[in-house]
Design a protein around this ligand. Structure first.
Ligand SMILES: *Cc1c(COP(=O)(O)O)cnc(C)c1O
Length: 413
């Protein structure tokens, strides 16, 4: 990993292979999935920058609302540009339904809040993006939903927590920022035995590197802000699920609470998807090379990257993911002072709390993205004061290696 086959087109394309959206491979879906041209036959996806729709007569308006006529009525419910994005992402994730949201956090919150009731119990991985742990631990508690956080990589801990009836399970794999890997099949089997719906945050891997539904996940959520846009332009998110979950829980929740994606942002995300395969493979290949260099530097206590043989769950990552993705976590021996020297010495890589950009970005999770957690909780999650999260961009790998090498030398002091 990364494997050669993931980075090059099929070896010998056949002229006889059947063609059509149902058989298209990921790289074709990225460019053409869901494409629905208007009568004007435009090449690129049309941008429908409109909130409402008009009716030729009062009878049609009535039919649109009583359900006898399916058509666009209001962009909080549906919009043609957003629909193309939803269909494309659904095909990539292998999910019957995709609903786009205004941000990744709108997707996470909607996927959970739509299904829980007071008295329910949620079990979640301990290693989560800061806002995800706030939604599960703090927000759900306001509505009488209890949460139990478990040791992310320990299947026995999951089994213990899921010995009791559970409404929903939530996890990220790889997790933000320490790239812990959850046994998707193992946790999904345990969760289903407990009656739970499994929600997987697939933001770090994208559907090209990992499809959680293939391992039993029920609902997949994305922060499209990260690799799907991939160029630091727009916020966006998505929830993917089956028809029943959408009809019973998600659809009504989104329609009436309105965390919808803006049509313009959906159009930007469509352009992002077109190049996702090229980008994510390059991000992964560069990250693997840099992770190997980082791991060998004397200032580094540990480097965490799913593609490194030294990652504690490397074999599991290989069985679930096609490549390691674009994020590396590294911990510097000299703690916070060393981490700050490292960040301040970077000349190409920017200091930023964002990730999933063409530009390489690095941050200090202890004092930024995960500042809200107590010191004890940070340490349990593997976030020490020397930890750096590094989102690998599309710059020349040798330029990045030189920049990182010089910053590591400075970090060593
Ligand atoms: C960034 C991120 C989110 C939140 O996404 P936004 O688009 O910023 O709301 C959720 N989960 C993970 C794993 C993330 O990295």
């Amino acid at each position: 990993m990364p494997r050669e086959s993931d980075f090059s087109p099929a070896q010998s394309p056949s002229l006889e292979a059947p063609t059509g959206p149902a058989t298209w491979r990921a790289d074709t879906l990225l460019v053409r999935g869901g494409l629905a041209r208007t009568g004007l036959n435009e090449t690129s996806e049309a941008l429908f920058l409109n909130s409402g729709y008009v009716y030729p007569n009062a009878e049609e308006a009535e039919a649109a609302f009583d359900g006898t006529l399916e058509r666009y009525v209001y962009s909080r419910f549906r919009n043609p540009t957003i629909s193309v994005f939803e269909e494309r992402l659904a095909a990539l994730e292998g999910a019957p339904v995709c609903k786009a949201t205004a941000s990744g956090m709108a997707a996470v919150t909607s996927a959970l809040l739509c299904q829980v009731r007071a008295g329910d119990r949620v079990v979640a991985a301990r290693d989560l993006f800061g806002s995800c742990s706030w939604v599960i631990g703090d927000l759900l508690a306001q509505y009488g939903v209890s949460a139990e956080f478990v040791d992310t990589e320990n299947l026995d801990a999951w089994a213990q927590a899921l010995a009791k009836p559970t409404r929903a399970v939530f996890l990220e794999t790889p997790s933000n920022p320490t790239l812990r890997i959850v046994d998707l099949k193992g946790v999904c089997d345990l969760a289903h035995a407990a009656g739970a719906t499994v929600v997987v945050d697939n933001a770090f891997a994208t559907p090209l590197l990992q499809r959680p539904r293939d391992f039993g996940a029920d609902v997949v959520v994305h922060s499209a802000t990260k690799w799907i846009d991939g160029q630091g332009r727009c916020l966006g998110g998505a929830v993917l699920c089956d028809e029943a979950f959408n009809e019973t829980y998600l659809g009504p929740f989104l329609r009436h609470t309105g965390p919808c994606l803006a049509p313009f942002n959906a159009w930007v995300m469509l352009k992002g998807l077109e190049t996702l395969s090229l980008r994510i493979n390059r991000h992964s290949a560069t990250a693997l090379t840099l992770a190997g260099l980082i791991e060998g530097h004397p200032a580094v206590a540990r480097a965490l990257y799913p593609g490194l043989a030294s990652h504690p769950r490397h074999a599991l990552a290989q069985s679930q993911m096609k490549a390691g993705g674009g994020v590396i976590a590294l911990s510097l021996k000299g703690g916070r002072a060393s981490a700050y020297r490292f960040l301040n010495a970077l000349s190409i890589v920017d200091i930023s709390n964002n990730l999933g950009d063409a530009k390489s970005l690095a941050c200090h999770p202890w004092t930024t993205t995960h500042q809200r957690l107590s010191p004890e909780e940070k340490l349990i999650q593997g976030i020490d004061e020397g930890l750096i999260r590094f989102s690998v961009g599309l710059e020349d790998p040798e330029d990045l290696a030189a920049d990182i090498g010089a910053a590591l030398d400075a970090a060593g002091g």
